[in-house]
Design a binder for this molecule. Structure first.
Ligand code: MN
Length: 150
């Protein structure tokens, strides 16, 4: 595989020669106004670094899985749910998402929210919440307010 050593940042948080992709396959899970760019991917590295960005009002999927996410907010402000904690996030904040922890990002501040996300190259499929999971999550008023804010 041949690849250039340098990829210049372009306007609007895109990078030279990096495809702007759909977040996930349409209809595979609930999400809104979010794109994906794979910045680093190497067979021997065993992880990938991606950049996700949601437009104002957009959100990622509410999900959990065995693999871990290491996240750095790169653009804008918004809110993030990890487990039973909701936090406002800002550029350069770090977010660690442990195994089987419910998580979701929302661009709640009228601006795009973008973040780097490091993840295993080989990983389990995300799980979506069941009705019971949602009942448990929304029993916490903070989490309910976050989930209802779209
Ligand atoms: Mn995830």
């Amino acid at each position: 595989m041949s690849r250039p050593p340098f990829r210049s940042a372009q306007s609007n948080f895109t990078w030279e020669g990096v495809d702007l992709l759909a977040y996930k396959e349409e209809g595979s899970a609930p999400f809104k106004d979010i794109t994906r760019q794979v910045l680093f991917q190497d067979q021997n590295l065993e992880c990938e670094l991606r950049y996700f960005e949601m437009a104002a009002g957009g959100h990622s999927t509410l999900e959990r899985h065995e693999h871990v996410h290491a996240v750095m907010i790169l653009r804008g402000h918004g809110h993030c749910l990890v487990g039973d904690e909701v936090r406002e996030v800002a550029p350069h904040d770090l977010v660690t998402i442990d195994p089987m922890t419910w998580h979701q990002f929302k661009a709640t501040k009228g601006e795009p929210l973008g973040f780097l996300c490091m993840v295993n190259a080989a990983r389990d499929r995300p799980q979506l919440p069941t009705v019971d999971d949602l009942a448990q999550l929304t029993a916490n008023p903070t989490v309910r307010a976050f989930l209802e804010n779209s």
